[in-house]
Ligand binder design. Structure first.
Ligand code: HBI
Ligand code: FE
Length: 300
């Protein structure tokens, strides 16, 4: 199947005629409306990913998962989950209908609210999901949101994105968010392990990001990442590797605004491109993305 860098059918919430119930896009999770099949899908994914991730992901993620004590056989109720999460990192989980506009999403993060989709994927979509569903958002993101390293970084991204958006520079922050919070890898005890929520909620992406020959794995560099295009609808051409999860504390303190003039003077970096200045852990052969037509302008 020939793939193209054209977005799949827009998520219903991205349709031009979609009108959110509220300006902040919040909805009620409507927990009682979940079907037995929905809860069963959660339990299949939960059992699968807890096994798959063992020894392959950040130990902080596993610690967060342990402390959260999710029920394995039902989708968590966001109000109850928020009461627990708040005690650890003063973050709460709020329900949204799915992918929401960047500026709305980052505004919530700036206020320590994590917007989570409520719908769970269908039984025939267990392997991979183009859009964040409730398993991606809750299982993938919340365990690390238990700790200040990630919670403060997410809030810093939120605040920086809201400010950057005033100047039309939100993309620089969205790239940083994407390559760390969604598809980041991290060095731990001399090993590269999974950190990002998109990876930690997808069996396929755990194996691909850590072991496949296709993607590049490049040591994280802030400006490099803030210039790097990203494509949310599939596995990544390049994964960036944080030297330590503690680095998130330092990055969260940076005045991103001061970087914009220098970033604006540089070219965006295309998907899969490797720069001479990159500290490369491994160069990929790009086999997974060969089927993609030449990269037209990305339509994220
Ligand atoms: N909306 N619900 C939701 N979840 C996301 O992760 C999300 C979003 N809107 C925008 C967005 N992410 C992207 O800008 C980032 O992933 C970069
Ligand atoms: Fe996400």
């Amino acid at each position: 199947m020939v793939k193209t860098y054209l977005a799949p059918p827009p998520h219903p919430t991205q349709a031009d005629d979609y009108v959110p119930a509220r300006a902040d896009w919040l909805i009620d999770q409507n927990w009682s409306a979940y079907t037995k099949e929905d809860h069963h899908t959660w339990s299949i994914l939960y059992d699968r990913m807890t096994k798959v991730l063992d020894g392959k992901c950040s130990s902080l993620f596993m610690q967060g998962l342990e402390q959260l004590q999710f029920e394995r056989d039902q989708i968590p109720n966001f109000i109850e989950l928020s009461n627990r999460l708040k005690k650890f990192s003063d973050f709460e989980v709020v329900a949204v209908p799915g992918l929401i506009p960047d500026e709305v999403f980052f505004e919530h993060l700036a206020n320590r609210r994590f917007p989570s989709g409520c719908i769970i994927r269908k039984p025939n979509e267990l392997e991979f999901q183009e859009y964040p569903d409730v398993f991606h958002d809750i299982f993938g993101h919340v365990p690390l949101l238990m700790f200040p390293e990630m919670a403060d970084f997410m809030q810093a991204c939120g605040k920086a994105a809201v400010a950057a958006n005033q100047k039309g520079m939100l993309d620089f922050i969205a790239r940083l968010y994407w390559y760390i919070v969604e598809v980041g890898l991290v060095r731990e005890n001399g090993k590269t392990v999974c950190l990002g929520a998109a990876i930690n909620s997808s069996e396929k992406e755990v194996a691909f990001s850590l072991y496949d020959q296709s993607p590049n794995r490049i040591l994280f560099d802030l400006e490099r990442v803030m210039l790097s295009d990203f494509w949310i609808y599939d596995l990544q051409n390049t994964y960036f590797v944080l030297d330590s999860i503690l680095d998130l504390r330092e990055i969260a303190k940076i005045d991103f605004d001061s970087l914009f003039p220098k970033l604006l003077a540089q070219e965006k970096i295309k998907l899969g491109e490797v720069k001479a200045s990159d500290k490369v852990l491994s160069i990929g052969n790009g086999s997974y993305h060969l089927e993609y037509l030449d990269q037209e302008e990305l339509v994220n």
